[in-house]
Write a new protein. Structure first.
Length: 341
């Protein structure tokens, strides 16, 4: 069994990782830490009642390193940056998977603008491997000590755009809209995520300035000539899911070829499906699947991606990364369909 410590076990992404582990033949969440909860996990997370006897603990991450194979940080931005460094310094064998944004960007100078902090351990950024299996992570993750799990918006945006950048077919700026549900804002309620404020509303937020923008640009730059990205996230009256539309300029006359590039790129991917027409959220929510659709115009390709922000956008990809780290088939514990209507 892969003994796993889940640091910060009460957020929505952590809940999903714990739920996935219960059906995983090799993944054991042996320890869950929390700053706010004590006692049985099932008392705090009632949907898991009767499925686990795990209890929350306040154990220090460094103290857990010797007795676990991997520590997963599901903590607010700024926590893992310091604590993961201490864990890795104290133990040469343990692996760390960071679900926050603390190790996604290679340039420490970007953190004050996008995450509101000076990165406390910039030397660790060069060591971190970006863990999106469908965009290079499959080859890089197995030998890594520190894996940065991708952001949910970034996952969908990269699935929409990476094949076209890699193929050298982008001719100009890419416009991206990414519509997300309220769970993407975390479990702690705020004015923008409070149900009466969100349930009958729709709006853009952080236009052209979201923290996932440099993450998207960084990953595309590793594949080819990175285009300018204009990224506008949107808040929808739903709980789960992300729906991205990417407007990608391509050479006149190459639209069909560009669409074929998308389809060919994902032909062998277990968790990415190319679908006719435009994909629907209800087909992917509750699963680790991402659905991709394509429409073409004159010199333009519209690429649509839908996924569950808590699964393919976080916990599902985290399980893919853990499987890769420990030599298991990447699909282990993830072969479940979406919830449907």
């Amino acid at each position: 069994m892969i003994r796993t410590a889940l640091i910060g076990g009460t957020g929505y992404g952590a809940m999903e990782l714990l739920r996935l582990s219960l059906a995983h033949p090799e993944l054991e969440i042996a320890t869950l830490t929390s700053r706010s909860e004590t006692g049985l996990v099932g008392d705090a997370l009632p949907h898991l009642r009767g499925f686990t006897e795990a209890r929350f603990t306040a154990a220090d991450p460094v103290a857990l390193a010797d007795d676990h194979d991997v520590l997963v940080f599901a903590t607010p931005h700024g926590v893992a940056a310091a604590q993961a460094h201490e864990v890795l310094r104290a133990n040469e064998k343990v692996r760390v998977l960071d679900l926050s944004g603390d190790h996604r960007l290679r340039d420490a100078a970007l953190y004050p603008e996008h995450y509101g902090m000076q990165h406390p351990q910039p030397s660790r950024l060069a060591e971190a491997v970006y863990g999106l299996p469908e965009c290079g992570g499959r080859e890089a993750v197995p030998g890594a000590r520190l894996v940065a799990n991708p952001g949910c918006h970034a996952t969908a945006a990269l699935l929409a755009t990476a094949p076209l950048v890699e193929a050298g077919l982008v001719r100009g700026r890419i416009a991206l809209t990414s519509t997300t549900g309220s769970t993407g804002s975390g479990r702690k309620p705020g004015v923008g995520t409070h149900h009466p404020e969100r349930a009958t509303n729709f709006k853009a937020y952080k236009p052209l300035a979201h923290q996932h923008l440099p993450e998207i640009t960084q990953c595309l730059a590793a594949l080819g000539d990175a285009p300018q990205i204009d990224f506008v996230p949107q808040s929808a009256p739903i709980a789960r899911g992300i729906a991205v539309t990417a407007f990608v300029p391509v050479p006149e006359g190459s639209e069909s070829r560009a669409a074929d590039v998308i389809r060919a790129r994902y032909e062998g991917e277990r968790f990415v499906r190319c679908v006719p027409g435009t994909p629907e959220l209800r087909a992917v929510v509750g699963s680790n699947m991402a659905d991709v659709g394509v429409a073409q115009g004159h010199g333009l390709l519209c690429v649509f991606v839908t996924l569950d922000n808590l699964l393919k956008g976080m916990a599902g990809t985290a399980v893919q990364n853990i499987n890769l780290l420990f030599g298991l088939p990447e699909t282990t514990g993830l072969e479940t369909p979406g919830l449907g209507p």
